[in-house]
Ligand binder design. Sequence first.
Ligand code: C2E
Ligand code: CA
Ligand code: CA
Ligand code: CA
Length: 285
Amino acid sequence: AKSRGRSEIAYYEKGLTTGVTERMMLEGELRKALERNELELYFQPKIELVHQIIVGSEALLRWNHPQLGLLTPDRFITLAEETGLIIEIGDWVFRRACEVAVEWNRDEQKLHTVAINLSPRQFVGKDLVSTVCEILEQTGCSPRWIEVEITESLLLDDQPSTRRALNKLSELGIRIAIDDFGTGYSALNYLTRFPIHILKIDRSFIERITTDRNCEKLVKAIINLARSLRMTLVAEGVETKAQALFLENLGCHQVQGYLYARPGPKSEIEGSLLNLASWTLGRDY
Ligand code: C2E
Ligand code: CA
Ligand code: CA
Ligand code: CA
């Protein structure tokens, strides 16, 4: 950008972009990233194992930083949360995801859900539910096309306002997923107290599933838990055919991971995957 001084660019190029320095720079820039249109949603397909079809996509945030290039959320989400910018960014993500969901559900025969990650911060203060309703209405997005992914930590906090918000989202018809399931504390009773529809087992378990017998048993138990509570079970971070086969045999419903597709820009996902006849991937293992 023209407004940036040479010294600032040189600073980046010297690689002095770690720790406090990076943080200070990024904070100022993140404020402007929205208006400069530097944020982008990538999408990663979710595959239903039994039918081997794409049933939805998860929206994953990216920041096209003018000097640093494409940044993944680990570089800026914490910063966004600490500064409160996550509210504005979260609203943008939700709106953009709904716009895409509308496009991807033009054909009423094929439901394609779009999953949106919500930060716990989005449940504090400003009324999340009214924002969501407003965005759904303005974009013409059906709540049936949307899933929200939340973390266990949000539920363990157990605020009445959080419970109210989740109940309302669920009543609207939005499905609620617990992300990174199994990595938090083991206070499983929250599963009965909140409207939860989907469990996403964390990648750290999937990584070891074919090599570690205890891990295999644990995943099996989680799958059974999900089944008995009538929840959809999603395994994330599936990278090998062996893992996919294993999960299919264990009765896992859906998978997501590099084996099928890496997260990519909307156009890439549409080009490579969504236009395939009936979105069938075909089992080649
Ligand atoms: P997550 O929700 O657990 O998302 C899954 C992460 O794993 C993504 O990283 C994805 O690119 C990566 N991944 C997917 N498949 C594989 C695989 O097979 N192998 C490996 N090694 N990794 C895989 P990403 O896109 O860098 O996102 C990181 C985290 O940032 C997300 O973790 C999520 O917690 C957060 N995040 C992303 N987008 C948003 C957003 O819009 N809002 C909020 N609040 N958080 C977001
Ligand atoms: Ca997620
Ligand atoms: Ca996850
Ligand atoms: Ca994660």
